[in-house]
Design a protein around this ligand. Sequence first.
Ligand code: HEM
Ligand code: NAG
Ligand code: NAG
Length: 321
Amino acid sequence: MVFLLMALMMNMIGSSSSSLNVGFYGSTCPSVEAIVRKTVNTAIAQNRGIGAGLIRLHFHDCFVRGCDGSVLLDSTPGNTAEKDSPPNLSLRGFEVIDQAKAMIEAKCPQTVSCSDILAFAARDSAAILSGGGISYSVPSGRRDGTVSNQNEALLNLPPPTLDVQQLQSSFSSKGLSLDEMVTLSGAHSIGVSHCSSFSNRLYSFNSTYPQDPSMDRGFAAFLKTKCPYGGNDAETTVPLDVVSPNRLDVRYYKNLRNHKGLFTSDQSLWSDPSTAYMVKDYANNRAGWAAKFGAAMVRMGSIQVLTGNHGEIRMNCMMVN
Ligand code: HEM
Ligand SMILES: *[C@@H]1O[C@H](CO)[C@@H](O)[C@H](O)[C@H]1NC(C)=O
Ligand SMILES: *[C@@H]1O[C@H](CO)[C@@H](O)[C@H](O)[C@H]1NC(C)=O
């Protein structure tokens, strides 16, 4: 009974995408997607890491209060926003959204939401970083929320120490399936991480193993040179995919097969039989994964969206109107 109810609720969250439409701004701001694409292109040409940042920003936006642009809001006196919560460490790309927003406001004032701009920017980043392999249309018509709270980021964003069961429960609470969780984790084939997100796997792992036995020894040795024991350097970063850090591709899944996943959450997808077969399949199916990634991004982009008269069209993405 409880199960049935949960399935029903998840279905409702999932189907909220029906209120978003591809080409929502077709008559009100026809150039919006071109403006975002151009801004993202320029930013990535200068720094490819920004593409990873924009994809992660969209994920963090959608998992906290739905895709409502709450991740973009600054803290105010008396309120600490999501972006100032510990999981924000290394969030980047905010300035790209602000640049696009400024150009769009000049062209079509108070028409396009910050949450839609972020969804377009994540799609354009995926297209560029995959060399065109990932291409999908973004249903739009999201409106912006007015609340951003650091505690909600901590509560809703999965930490990198989770196992498959915990990841599945985190994603299913947002209406996403186990398969979609594995598909979206492929985003970890680009971008970087700070030492603190995986150093537990390198030193005093547990009372039997000094380091995580599911990690390749050579890979662990390499990571130890980057992140020495007891070092509390908050600046150092390591690529999530050491082999092809700037290409959004299935190398991530190949790395997992070789025990070179960076986080516990990554490597567990290979250790756990309920997901290992998907890792195996995606590792050898570039086109299949790319298509599923686009579809899963659309589903993620429809989590608890505000539409119609709900929320607002923020004029400045950093603050509520
Ligand atoms: C499955 C659960 C997930 C966990 C536990 C997780 C965790 C993390 C962590 C800990 C980092 C590094 C933060 C740091 O130390 O700097 C990271 C980076 C990143 N994540 Fe995830 N993530 C997950 C899912 C996703 C999803 C669904 C996406 C997008 C579809 C995504 C995209 C990224 C990207 C692109 C980066 C690199 C960001 C950059 O270089 O600026 N992650 N993730
Ligand atoms: C992330 O949060 C910390 C405080 O936890 C803050 O000092 C830092 O400026 C924030 N980073 C971004 C990009 O907002
Ligand atoms: C240590 O970790 C390994 C690998 O995850 C696990 O099999 C083992 O049960 C753990 N041992 C203890 C004492 O926690």
